[in-house]
Design a protein around this ligand. Structure first.
Ligand code: FEO
Length: 396
């Protein structure tokens, strides 16, 4: 069902309730997602972004509720990733005279995906296209999320369409931020930021500063995923400024795998030390945990404590996807430590410390390795590791 955001501006996107993985199987989406596209009914009819290809017929049906798609004059392709550009071929079959507006990098990525001779118009920051009563104003936003990404702002209506920025993978029956569960909304927004945009935090900060300096009124922020921010829309910009600064909470995450519970018992003892100092923590068992939720919690925390028994002279394999993800995200302002049990060779703690270093996590306390199952003395050593980390977390 289409939804009018403000007079003459319609959401014509698709809610994908069934989506459970995104970017292939890289990102978990337990609450589904949406692919938001916006139709602007002005003298020149404009579509901003499309939807993922499997939903192209639904997009066209939605547009038909408002106008014959052949009458569309302008299609803005803010970003070529297929969740937004996947219906471009169908749209251009339906609206063959439409011109496609892309950023300079989009002039590479859009043809690179579709290999069609479309009528591309390349825009840069500050360029405007008049569509009648309003202008489309473009702001390039490289790396939010790809080099081609850009924002489109609709003058007069004060609607910012920033594509991936400020989005959430969150399927809902309502389209607006004031109509949904706030805890769910902000958790999904945080998880999205931590897993997708965190490596580009510097660009996020700069882009927000650049946008604020333009002094444009903003009544609605309409991202390409999840709900639309119409109630206090700048609240999500404020959150992004905080998240981009990467100032952690005074908390810890303990992330471990275990075979016969020895390393789990060590994790619990470290947690006891944190608790003794009043430092909040969360514990994740990597063999069963949702990696992307672990990343979101690690993003918030000051300390990342990792544990694994020694297995084939290394660490248990379930730790590696998390650590590989962490290495790519290059989170800032993290301290950490390692722990684990062993039977004979005992390499896991040293290897975990090396892996933390590659993730730019500062190893802030000596790791603990325990032969076989931990006895009372070893558990007390683990508790002391928790105390030491807690003191460092609180000292910041
Ligand atoms: Fe939602 Fe980068 O695509």
């Amino acid at each position: 069902m289409v939804q009018e955001l403000t007079k003459g501006v319609y959401w014509v996107g698709v809610v994908d309730w069934g989506l459970r993985h995104f970017h292939g199987h890289e990102l978990s989406t337990p609450r589904g997602s949406s692919y938001n596209a916006y139709l602007i009914m002005d003298e020149r009819i404009t579509l901003v972004d499309t939807v993922w290809g499997p939903f192209q017929d639904q997009l066209l049906d939605n547009i038909r509720q408002i106008v014959d798609p052949s009458r569309i004059d302008v299609i803005v392709a803010n970003h070529a990733e297929p969740d937004h550009s996947g219906s471009l071929p169908a749209m251009l079959r339906a609206a063959p005279n439409a011109k496609v507006v892309v950023s300079k990098a989009g002039a590479d990525s859009v043809p690179g995906h579709y290999h069609q001779k479309w009528n591309l118009t390349v825009v840069k920051t500050g360029d405007r296209i008049n569509i009648g009563h309003s202008d489309l104003l473009f702001i390039e936003a490289p790396m939010l999320h790809w080099p081609d990404s850009m924002f489109c702002y609709l003058t007069g209506k004060n609607v910012l369409m920033p594509n991936d920025a400020f989005g959430q993978h969150y399927a809902t029956s309502s389209r607006f931020n004031d109509q949904v569960d706030q805890q769910e909304l902000f958790w999904e927004a945080l998880k999205y930021y931590a897993n997708i945009l965190a490596p580009f935090s510097h660009q996020v900060t700069r882009k927000i500063e650049e946008f604020v300096a333009l002094n444009l009124p903003v009544d609605i922020i309409a991202p390409s995923h999840g709900v639309i921010w119409r109630s206090n829309p700048l609240q999500i910009v404020t959150r992004y400024k905080e998240w981009a600064a990467q100032v952690p909470e005074r908390s810890a995450v303990i992330i471990y795998d275990t075979m016969w519970q020895a390393t789990r018992r060590m994790a619990d003892a470290i947690a006891d030390g944190l608790a003794d100092r009043g430092v909040p923590y969360k514990i994740f068992y990597t063999a069963l945990a949702d990696r992307n939720e672990v990343i979101a919690e690690a993003f918030r925390a000051r300390a990342i404590v990792v544990g694994s028994p020694t297995h084939n002279r290394g660490v248990l394999p379930s730790m590696m996807p998390f650590l590989e993800e962490l290495k790519g995200l290059q989170l800032k302002n993290k301290i950490g430590a390692a722990f684990g049990s062993y039977g004979w060779s005992g390499e896991s703690v040293k290897e975990l410390e090396e892996l933390l270093g590659r993730c730019k996590v500062q190893v802030a306390a000596r790791g603990v390795k325990v032969k076989w199952q931990p006895g009372p003395e070893a558990l007390e050593t683990c508790r002391k590791l928790g105390l030491e980390l807690a003191d460092k977390i609180k000292a910041d």
